[in-house]
Design a binder for this molecule. Structure first.
Ligand SMILES: [Zn+2]
Length: 312
């Protein structure tokens, strides 16, 4: 069963290090992640590689890992002609693989968060980075509700500890998820937005307003920012802390940017620089830090070291 918000909140209190990017690490390990389902392909083709990545992050110090389910959705599968029953199976398999990896560390308590990307991630056209969707509010609610129902209904090793709604581009999408979650007030979740500057989510609204709204959902155990430039994070932590007293979770990108003209990544992805920045995130009031796109186990190892040296 997904943990209750009360229990999840008390367990999160002892957690400071989240894992890093899944897709980029799979790529480094030779998995093929191109194609419309991105790392979701690997759930079917090479599940052992996903377990390997989870283990690498736990070894690096992660106390909470996110499942490889970011882009798993009925809409995404239907678009490329895959049968719907494979979607639900893939969602549940992503949790089982994370549990399998965690079980290799019997002395450590590792929380498993089900990664749930926004509607735009299932469109596979980059729409999650602006949030202007060609769909109704009811479509958004239905999209999220389908996946929530599968995960909340899971039993045993298929069941995540909590739901991680992430890379949320807009307040409207966070509101839709709150509505989709209404049937399950006792299922813990965190809400994490993607931001374009020091104060605004990528769709343009104030992060502070989104966090105020999402913090009021009965399921919310933490508020966060992810898939955002690391240099913006201290400002955004200030916005989250001004909005609510929920624990703050941050997992920015490596610091590289995608150059669409030259079709390559630019900028730095130095784990040492990233680890040094994490000191500022903890100092600004983040309770949990990890990494999103293009971060690797070495980034997480240095975040964990920052916490153990300066965080306590
Ligand atoms: Zn990302």
């Amino acid at each position: 069963m997904v943990l209750t918000p009360q229990l999840a909140a008390s367990l999160l209190g002892g957690i400071h290090v989240l894992d890093g990017g899944m897709a980029s690490e799979l790529e480094h390990r030779g998995a093929r992640i191109e194609g419309p389902l991105w790392s979701a392909h690997v759930l079917e083709d090479a599940p052992e590689k996903i377990v390997e990545v989870h283990r690498a992050y736990i070894e690096a110090g992660a106390q909470c890992i996110e499942t490889a389910s970011y882009q798993v959705s009925r809409m995404g599968y239907a678009e490329i002609g895959l049968p719907l029953e494979r979607v639900d199976a893939a969602l549940l398999r992503s949790v089982t693989l994370a549990r399998e990896a965690a079980s290799a560390f019997p002395d450590r308590q590792v929380l498993v968060a089900a990664s749930l990307g926004p509607y735009g991630a299932a469109l596979h056209n980059g729409a999650e980075y602006h949030g202007n969707y060609d769909c109704t509010y009811a479509d958004l609610v239905a999209f999220h509700r389908e996946r929530i129902a599968v995960l909340v209904g899971a039993k045993g090793a298929d069941s995540p500890d909590l739901l991680a709604f992430e890379t949320l581009p807009s307040l409207e999408e966070a509101r839709a998820i709150g509505e989709a979650m209404r049937e399950w007030p006792q299922a813990a979740a965190w809400f994490s937005f993607t931001c374009r500057d020091e104060a605004h989510v990528v769709h343009g609204e104030l992060l502070r307003d989104g966090a105020k709204m999402a913090a009021r959902f009965p399921q919310t155990v933490a508020m966060g920012v992810n898939c955002t430039l690391p240099g913006l994070i201290p400002f955004l932590i200030g916005e989250l802390r001004a909005a609510s007293d929920k624990p703050v979770i941050v997992y920015p990108n490596s610091g590289e940017g995608w150059d669409a003209v030259r079709r390559c990544w630019t900028g730095s992805c130095d784990p040492a620089e990233y680890g040094a920045l994490a000191q500022g995130w903890f100092a600004a009031g983040a309770q949990i830090a990890g990494g999103c796109c293009r971060t690797r186990p070495e980034h997480v190892r240095l975040v964990a070291r920052q916490w153990s040296v300066n965080g306590a």
